[in-house]
Design a binder for this molecule. Structure first.
Ligand code: PMP
Length: 439
């Protein structure tokens, strides 16, 4: 995107802010070129850094600002609430928190009946794990390969990535184990004429029975890589777990609130979980709000002890309610479905030899890059890094992830337009060609 001089800072001030970030802010990972971006302003699908450079935000502020950055209706709701009451603790309540709980329960399947607020997605999953163990009296929890459920120690135990699990700094996972996910692009099994035979689930019963399994925790569609299981896959796993009285915890932290072209991704599969967790966009972008919704049976046995201090804070709840109203009134869930299809066609239309798979569920998108389409050889770290850097230089804010680190994750605000997608795809085409010529 073109550099705009709409930064509120002079170049010298912007340099000083970047230097202060490097000196004082802890970021214990390796940055791609040009990152971190220190954002001064954000509006809709565009963020502007302190130097005045605009980026098209294909991450929606890390999958949070589903209605777009600083949507006026959300800003107005949060501002109004600032003058009423800020925070009273989850032991009591505020009107926005009551209304948000009501709203969520009415939007979610009938299998969940009440909402418990906390302050972040990892924390919401911690509560889900506690609830499932308390409700069943069983100790073990199964998670899917490639699943992501957070970075606190309890949620790390059900997060698949070894890199993240090691960060616990202690042995973890005594009471957790993984079961297969559906990575259909790299499916090792034979297919019949109707497609998926759910063969990857063979043996799952034995694995679940070998443990004292309380629950399965899963994202309905895996956000790290955009892996959407076929309907029959979820139907089979759901049947297996129900036959054993195993609870289902559905993590909608990233897939919820319209991201996949439905208000919740579980709707694609007709799932009726015992527990649903939410976060990210639930705060309308204000942050610090997450939720664990549970069935009456689970709630009856739940002993929380007390509540997280800031669980259900009023500002975030007011903003979250405004976000949900905006998604509905501006038909952004429908836009996500339509723009996801548009994005898919546009990326395939590049006919780029490195584009191996394009997976969009609404605007939860993954483009898997391969060195060779026929063999599906994974595109190496070096070209992947160069592609990320090239897109960054073009003013495209994206993340790269996936099981093999070769998936471009494309998750703009749900208000993204076809013209903005065209701008991105044109940049992607230029960058892929340039990197291929350079390697
Ligand atoms: N679950 C999923 C599916 C997520 O995507 C995330 C965040 N990326 C989390 C849990 C953890 O949420 P938080 O970062 O708010 O703790």
């Amino acid at each position: 995107m073109t550099a705009a001089s709409n930064s509120p800072f002079t170049a010298a001030e912007a340099d000083e802010i970047v230097a202060a970030d490097q000196q004082y802010v802890m970021r214990p990972w390796t940055h791609p070129a040009g990152e971190p971006v220190i954002v001064a302003r954000a509006k809709g699908c565009v963020v502007t850094d302190v130097h005045g450079k605009d980026y098209l935000d294909l991450t929606a502020g890390y999958f949070v600002n589903n209605a777009g950055h600083c949507h006026p209706r959300i800003v107005e709701a949060a501002t109004r609430q600032l003058h009423e009451v800020l925070q009273v603790s989850g032991k009591h309540g505020t009107v926005p928190a009551v209304r948000l709980a009501e709203r969520l329960i009415k939007l979610l399947p009938k299998s969940v009946n009440q909402a418990f607020f906390s302050t972040g997605g990892s924390e919401a999953n911690e509560f889900a794990l506690k609830m499932a163990r308390q409700a069943t009296g069983r100790a073990d929890v199964a998670y899917l390969d490639n699943g992501y459920h957070g970075l606190t120690v309890g949620s790390l135990e059900v997060t698949a990535s070894e890199k993240y699990r090691e960060s616990a700094g202690q042995p973890i996972g005594r009471n957790t184990f993984s079961i297969p996910n559906a990575y259909c692009y790299r499916c090792p099994h034979a297919h019949d004429d109707d497609g998926c035979t759910t063969q990857c689930l063979d043996g799952v019963e034995a694995k679940l029975d070998a443990h004292d399994t309380a629950a399965i925790i899963a994202e309905p569609i895996q956000a790290v890589g955009g892996l959407a299981p076929p309907k029959q896959w979820w139907a089979r796993l759901d049947k297996i777990r129900k036959a054993r009285g195993i609870l289902l915890i559905i993590d909608e932290i990233q897939t919820g609130l319209g991201r996949t072209g439905k208000m919740f991704a579980l709707e694609h599969y007709g799932l009726e979980p015992d527990i649903v967790t939410g976060g990210k966009g639930l705060s309308g972008g204000v942050g610090s709000l997450a939720v664990t919704c549970a069935s009456t049976d689970v709630i009856k046995k739940f002993f929380g002890g007390t509540t997280p201090t800031s669980g259900g804070n009023a500002i975030s709840a007011a903003a979250g309610l405004a976000m949900i109203d905006t998604l509905i009134d501006e038909q952004l869930v429908e836009n996500a479905a339509a723009m996801g299809r548009y994005f898919t066609d546009a990326v395939w239309a590049l006919k780029d030899p490195w584009v191996g798979d394009v997976r969009f569920s609404g605007l939860l998108g993954g483009v898997e890059l391969v060195a060779d389409r026929a063999t599906k050889e994974i595109l190496g770290k070096k070209p992947m890094a160069a592609i990320k850097d090239g897109l960054h230089a073009e003013g495209m804010l994206i993340t790269v992830s996936g099981l093999h680190g070769n998936v471009l994750r494309l998750q703009p605000p749900l208000s993204v337009t076809a013209a903005q997608i065209d701008t991105f795809v044109a940049a992607l085409g230029r960058v892929l060609t340039a990197v291929r010529q350079a390697v």
